[in-house]
Design a protein around this ligand. Structure first.
Ligand code: PLP
Length: 343
């Protein structure tokens, strides 16, 4: 913990335009009953489910830099998308509404067609929602969105794609680490681990921030999804390195230095497992911490396993990053009920 290192991070980020969108700082809270129930490390939660911007989540911090860049390019329409219950798309729709820019969301409804949760909020925020039946997520993020961008450009509109893998996307979490450093110092704790649901740039930003602060802390990401183009450690390192280059720093991260675990994806992206349902139930009934079934419940399942296997001990202090995603819980009613009925 060092004020000088925090200042360095802030100075590195300062030249990059940022539009305030998130409610910051988010709270850092202890989870005493969950820690006691597990009988292992002291667990704290960084509440990025409370970032605001239409129900919170990790995208709010990321979009502060992404939207600053987009607005400077004077779009008359924005295009992005992902799964029908995409948190990214919901927070993009919220940012676009705030800035008065029309947005088209291209959402994949292959497995899930109900208009509830995130996609309901997308309509509420005034986004134009286009549903597509596309089984492949990587193709979804490239081809399907690009097709709509091309179509809008052919109509003469300055349509810009909001790219979830853009080089500045990790910046929000580099900045979050400076915020966390200050909170950890005030709380008088020394985290030995950071734990999160990580599918890409959030993990990259935290890893970069931890190194810039000189934290010895290991960062563990639990993957909710596997991408078809490369393993997540490669994608996370690559996004970190592109962000580092844009920040003008020498630091580079190798894939083998990234602890991103894909053992919790099964039975598939967005689908619950017995372990994720147990985690969802336990966090709610100990510290009233509501986790989302797609991302954070799986991350917590990984943390619980690490306590049970002895990887995390009473000597550890773990910061669990709550990345949000709660609106999707309403589209996963059966999972929440199943967790609630566990013996
Ligand atoms: C709730 C939640 N947690 C974690 C993630 C992973 O974020 P990132 O892709 O930036 O690692 C996402 C987004 O995909 C999310 O919506």
């Amino acid at each position: 913990m060092s004020a000088a290192a925090r200042e360095r991070i802030r100075a590195l980020l300062a030249p990059h335009p940022r539009i305030p969108l998130a409610l910051l700082p988010t709270p850092l809270e202890p989870l005493p009953r969950l820690s006691d129930a597990l009988g292992g490390p002291r667990i704290w939660v960084k509440r990025d489910d409370l970032t605001g911007l239409a129900f919170g989540g990790n995208k709010a911090r990321q979009l502060e830099y992404v939207f600053a860049d987009l607005v400077a390019r004077k779009p008359d329409v924005l295009v992005t998308g992902a799964n029908i219950q995409s948190n990214w798309s919901r927070q993009c729709a919220a940012a676009a509404a705030r800035l008065g820019i029309p947005i088209v969301l291209v959402l994949r409804d292959t497995d899930d067609k109900e208009i509830t949760g995130n996609v309901l909020i997308d309509h509420w925020l005034g986004a134009e929602v286009r549903l597509v039946d596309e089984p492949e997520m990587t193709r979804m993020l490239r081809f399907q969105i690009d097709r709509v961008v091309d179509e809008l450009r052919a109509e003469g509109r300055n349509a810009l794609k909001i790219d979830p893998w853009g080089a500045s996307v990790p910046f929000g979490y580099v900045g979050m680490m400076a915020e966390l450093d200050e909170q950890v110092e005030a709380a008088g704790i020394a985290p030995t681990r950071i734990w999160l649901a990580a599918a890409g740039p959030t993990h990259s930003g935290i890893e970069l921030g931890a190194r810039l602060l000189g934290w010895p802390t290991r960062v563990t990401g639990i993957a909710p999804i596997t991408w078809s183009d490369a393993p997540l450690d490669v994608l996370v390192a690559d996004a970190a390195n592109r962000a580092a280059e844009l920040l003008g720093i020498e630091l580079r991260i190798r894939p083998d230095e990234i602890d991103n675990r894909d053992g919790y994806v099964a039975p598939g992206y967005g689908r619950s497992s017995p372990a994720s349902l147990e985690a969802l139930r336990l966090a709610a009934r100990t510290d009233a911490l509501l986790l989302d079934p797609v991302y954070t419940a799986k991350a917590m399942a990984g943390l619980i396993d690490a306590v049970r296997s002895g990887e995390l001990t009473r000597d550890d202090t773990v910061i669990f990053l709550h990345t949000g995603g709660l609106p999707a819980a309403f589209a996963r009613r059966d999972d929440i009920l199943a967790a609630s009925r566990l013996p």
